[in-house]
Design a protein around this ligand. Structure first.
Ligand SMILES: *Cc1c(COP(=O)(O)O)cnc(C)c1O
Length: 371
């Protein structure tokens, strides 16, 4: 699904030098490389504070801890996402409330959010799924009306830009009260191990986020809060600094691949190409088709036999996951999510796809669906 080897070979000199510098400095934890990457990312995103941490799941957990939510508080999120989003809500003793998604953008349906609000609702977690922003005009409006925190799960859309109806433009992850991202190797900005970060424009919240990631410590060895240990390694930060400088170029390469796929599949009765939401740029973390009238498992198998990886993101909605079964929810309650789980398929999407590969992939898909 991704080709990190070829990407590395093109930036090998810079990456190797950056890693060697950290090793020579022996500042492996909280070294200057972390500060330097943090500042670059703050500038790139146009956000007041970037707080690096150990991974995207921690970023979400720390964000929720720092906002001071209490056990029993309800947190609304999308039913169609990676498990981490709901996992941290459950782990912290809050109540995950899942809602259905828009059938075209796959992102959280703002009207479904509105219907799910109760007096116990404290926060909403939109996920910018597959590389484009959720409808943040509507989400921020609802959050404002009901005094809810907005925590953006931006693990899949770093580098995407959102344009509000009034013309204001903001980077994904800097729109809500707090934004979270992951630097897992296969993400759009991936390091060579685990990594993550939290973004906010709120100075007080930034202070609290820094306390929570560092054992709840306010003054050295004085712990005013129960926190966690969540840090970004200096070596990972050094890698990320090199790759951040190329993030827009990487997004462009992904969009070009998506354009090629779109052209090949557009108008086909068995394949619905991804809808591009007009208020967000799309950084194509995934290229996801909605199939109809074909045997999806057989398509996946056929592609595998041609050595083309294809993945189902995601096969099971949150409310049907064993660990998250809840008497409030039944099969059939979330028709859009359930339909997508049964019909979507994602094709290889990364920065190194060349014309020859794209031609081979599209021809293979079409050969299967046309037979
Ligand atoms: C990857 C991902 C996460 C978790 O990030 P990790 O760094 O793997 O912990 C959370 N939410 C979404 C939507 C993701 O895609």
């Amino acid at each position: 699904m991704v080709d990190l080897k070829r990407q590395y070979e093109k930036i090998k000199l810079e990456i190797d030098q950056a890693i060697t510098e950290v090793i020579n400095s022996t500042a492996f934890i909280n070294g200057p490389a972390v500060k330097s990457f943090q500042e670059d990312l703050e500038q790139y995103l146009g956000v007041g504070h970037v707080i690096p941490c150990a991974n995207g799941t921690d970023a979400l957990q720390v964000a929720m801890m720092a906002l001071g939510l209490k056990p029993g508080d309800e947190v609304i999120t999308t039913n169609f996402t990676f498990i981490a989003t709901a996992e941290v809500i459950a782990l912290l003793g809050f109540t995950p409330v899942v809602v259905d998604v828009d059938p075209d953008t796959f992102n959280i349906d703002p009207e479904a959010v509105r219907r799910a609000i109760t007096p116990r609702t404290r926060a909403v977690v939109p996920v910018h799924l597959f590389g484009q922003c959720a409808d943040m005009d509507a989400i921020m409006q609802i959050a404002d009306e009901y005094k809810l925190f907005v925590i953006e799960d931006n693990c899949q859309a770093i580098g995407a830009a959102y344009t509000f109806k009034n013309g204001t433009r903001k980077m994904a992850g800097t729109i809500g009260h707090v934004g979270c991202t992951s630097f897992f190797p296969s993400k759009n900005l991936g390091c060579y191990g685990d990594g993550g970060a939290i973004f906010t424009n709120d100075d007080d919240l930034a202070k609290q986020l820094r306390v929570v990631v560092n054992h709840g410590m306010t003054v050295r060895y004085y712990h005013d809060y129960v926190g966690v240990n969540s840090r970004l390694d200096s070596i990972q930060a050094a890698v990320l600094k090199v790759k951040l400088a190329r993030l827009d170029q990487y997004a462009e390469a992904r969009r070009k691949a998506a354009d090629y796929y779109d052209k090949a599949f557009s108008g086909h009765s068995a394949l619905k190409i991804p809808t591009r939401f007009e208020r967000s740029t799309h950084v194509f973390h995934q290229y996801t088709l909605v199939t109809s009238g074909i045997d999806r498992a057989a398509l996946q198998e056929f592609l595998t036999s041609r050595e083309i990886p294809a993945m189902i993101y995601y096969p099971v909605p949150l409310h049907m996951q064993k660990a998250y079964l809840d008497p409030r929810y039944r099969e059939g309650d979330f028709p859009v999510t359930e339909h997508l789980c049964n019909t979507v398929i994602s094709l290889p999407m990364h920065t190194e796809l060349d014309e020859e590969q794209l031609e081979y992939i599209t021809k293979s898909v079409l050969e299967f669906v046309n037979r």
